[in-house]
Design a protein around this ligand. Structure first.
Ligand code: AMP
Ligand code: GLY
Length: 419
């Protein structure tokens, strides 16, 4: 099969690697890809939000299946567009992608279907905000309604802060929507739970815990994710049943009733308190960097899994997992998630490979005249598998030391909960 993979992050490098390993794969194009995917596939530098241009490239490369990594093209309806043009594609339709694309939509599904989540109010005006404040205690969480590249959520300690943040959103700071969701702060431990979904079935696709704050001990601003490990030990069998029955089933049913069934990866972002799951967010894709720790544990041909999903036969495939744990630490450009410089040379990557168990997924990287340089905030995902998280982290840190990239930084405490 010829595959087109949309995206350029560590998630896409991990997916690309696994697709490359499949006996079913022939040519792979990555749009636009990164320096890591360039070594195992063909990168095509193209704006994937330009759907007609993308379609041309897909047709001229005789692509049999399109896999979409990031949320933006999904939320903007790329799946609907490609299907209309008779191209096979894996991912949710535009309506279902609102689970991530609109927090107000996601919350309304929760309310209608009694899905456990933080108490909330969708606010369009300052008056709405004040009404919610009357009956709530701090801290509270303000969330921009539309996609905000991970920057739309603020945990507020007082009324002044809430009014300032809300006002910015009402004025259009996040261009995708001027609405916001105001909600209570949930205490507990966060975990991410993944599924692969077709029109009739779904299957478990791993669990992980991410580290969103930029600084060690979980301080500083939120990022796309500074490191992750899989599996998430907090997710036990009993909790899993509750996640499926109280959260996943009612959501999938609600979309089926609208005649817009969900298909694709589903990322269930949870807060766990007293062995009870609460939905914090849905993402309509794999996580990044969660994908980079889940894919190395997968023991089944990924293209076979995608094919089953496309044919709505996920119930017929046995998805197997290695009995290994895995972890990734993200090497970032200095300054991230604020301002940072690009095009900084990374010289010692080849020396960093310890053994078969430690490998590097590229994120913001590219080649310029055969030199590897940085091209984003999150640059490399140094990843390893093993039996004990402590040893895995040690191996990763050894690798990072060898990369010896002076322009970068990383968190040394990834996995503190399990080490
Ligand atoms: P979201 O984009 O909704 O996932 O929010 C980003 C991050 O903010 C989450 O991963 C949590 O760490 C935090 N967060 C969001 N909503 C809440 C909440 N209601 N209570 C506590 N933390 C939250
Ligand atoms: N790592 C968080 C996300 O992918 O949204």
């Amino acid at each position: 099969m010829n595959i087109a993979l949309i995206g350029s992050g560590g998630r896409e490098h991990a997916l690309c690697q696994k697709i490359r390993e499949s006996r079913l794969s022939k040519n792979i194009i990555c749009i636009p890809g990164n320096a890591g995917t360039a070594k195992i596939a063909k990168n095509i530098n193209l704006d994937f939000l330009n759907f007609p241009k993308l379609l041309k490239v897909i047709k001229s490369n005789e692509i049999n299946l399109v896999i979409i990594g990031p949320e933006e093209p999904l939320v903007k309806g790329l799946v609907d567009f490609l299907k209309k043009h008779k191209i096979k594609v894996f991912g949710p339709n535009r309506y279902a992608a609102k689970l991530e694309g609109s927090k107000a939509f996601m919350k309304s599904i929760c309310k209608k279907n009694k899905i456990p989540t933080a108490k909330f109010k969708v606010c369009k005006t300052k008056k709405d905000v004040n009404t919610f404040l009357k009956n709530s205690n701090f801290p509270l969480v303000v969330k921009a309604d539309g996609l905000a590249a991970g920057k739309g959520v603020t945990i507020c300690k007082n009324k002044k802060q809430i009014l300032r943040v809300s006002n910015e959103i009402f004025k259009g700071k996040f261009k995708t929507s001027k609405k916001l969701v105001l909600e209570e702060f949930l205490e507990g431990e966060e975990a991410s739970y993944f599924l692969i979904v077709d029109k009739k079935n779904f299957q478990f696709f791993g669990s992980a815990q991410d580290h969103k704050r930029v600084g060690e001990k979980d301080v500083g601003p939120n990022t796309g994710g500074m490191g992750a490990y899989s599996p998430a030990p907090i997710i036990n069998k009993e909790l899993e049943k509750k996640i499926i029955n109280k959260i996943v089933n009612p959501t999938l049913l609600a979309l089926k009733r609208k005649k817009k069934p969900y298909t694709g990866f589903l990322y269930v972002g949870l807060m766990i308190k007293n062995n009870e799951p609460y939905l914090i967010e849905y993402n309509v894709r794999m996580g990044d960097p969660e994908c980079q720790v889940i894919i190395p544990r997968l023991n089944t041909d990924l293209l076979k899994i995608f094919n089953s999903a496309i044919e709505n036969k996920l119930n017929k495939i046995n998805i197997k997992w290695k009995k290994l744990k895995s972890m990734t630490i993200v090497l970032c450009s200095r300054g991230y998630p604020g301002k940072y410089k690009k095009d900084k040379r990374i010289k010692h990557l080849k020396d960093s490979y310890q053994n078969k168990k430690t490998f590097i997924f590229h994120a913001g990287t590219k080649f310029v005249e055969n030199e590897l340089v940085s091209n984003g905030g999150r640059v490399l995902n140094v990843t390893s598998t093993g039996k004990v998280f402590k040893t895995i982290r040690k191996n990763i840190l050894k690798s990072i030391k060898k990369i010896n990239w002076k322009e970068g930084f990383f968190r040394k405490d990834i996995g503190w909960r399990v080490i």
